[in-house]
Design a protein around this ligand. Structure first.
Ligand SMILES: *Cc1c(COP(=O)(O)O)cnc(C)c1O
Length: 235
């Protein structure tokens, strides 16, 4: 990494932290109530290490093979790994073994495997259930109907801690269109949470809608491009 690259990464990172704090203030949220998940898919272990050196602890990865290489390179020294990508049934074991969080659980079969494969001695795997808030324009995530029907079954799995809900809204033009799916996720969370299962997490908000997500109650925003710049898939 050149000095210029290093400086630019540092500046972008500080700017994202500033956007989060500003949005917390505007939304009259408690300061530091929103956690930043740095989405590091396609980015190098070196870039991750630089951000970790600046105090960033949470990193999100979407592609399992790529993530496992970086986890090996960086270990867990101060870094908490979150899996946010599409889950394949035959690849749940390394996710259960290497990650602290999974944001993209949308099938009871996957959840059951993750619970069975979570190594004894590790704390429960933190889970967000992914919800399809965009209807037919997206195939990813549980429908609201399926979520309501299956919610109890997810919470009964012994080695998982169901922390909340996650969504990836379809791209939306305009403020109201941006807010609608984010608000739906919050209302669903409010409906499902209980004293036993407090659902303290709303994983929503990416580079383009982080302010809207914080206004709607996001507790974890997942930011890639605004920190690292455009993704380079050929690297
Ligand atoms: C890539 C990705 C992000 C980050 O998106 P940006 O627009 O680059 O901030 C967030 N969440 C998920 C699930 C992703 O795959």
């Amino acid at each position: 990494m050149t000095d210029q690259t290093r400086n630019r990464l540092q500046q972008r990172y500080q700017l994202v932290l500033k956007r989060i704090h500003q949005a917390e203030t505007t939304a009259e949220r408690t300061p530091d109530s929103v956690r930043l998940l740095a989405v590091s898919k396609t980015r190098s272990a070196e870039e991750i290490a630089l951000l970790a050196g600046l105090g960033q602890t949470r990193f999100g990865e979407s592609y399992l093979q790529e993530a496992l290489v970086k986890i090996d390179q960086l270990g867990d020294k101060g870094v908490e790994w979150h899996f946010i990508g599409r889950i394949q049934s035959n690849k749940t074991r390394p996710i259960a073994e290497k990650f602290a969080w999974v944001h993209s659980v949308a099938s009871l079969k996957h959840a059951t495997r993750l619970s069975q494969q979570r190594p004894p001695g590790l704390p429960p795997l933190n889970i967000c259930l992914q919800v399809n808030t965009s209807g037919e324009s997206s195939k990813d995530g549980l429908s609201e109907v399926a979520l309501r029907e299956q919610f109890k079954a997810y919470t009964a799995l012994p080695n998982l801690s169901i922390r909340g809900l996650m969504t990836i809204p379809a791209p939306a033009a305009g403020n109201a269109a941006q807010h609608a799916p984010l608000m739906r996720l919050r209302l669903l969370r409010d409906e499902l949470k209980s004293a036993q299962i407090p659902l303290d997490t709303l994983s929503m908000g990416m580079s383009d809608d982080l302010e809207a997500a914080i206004e709607e109650g996001a507790t974890i925003v997942r930011i890639g491009t605004a920190i690292f710049g455009p993704r380079q898939y050929n690297q």
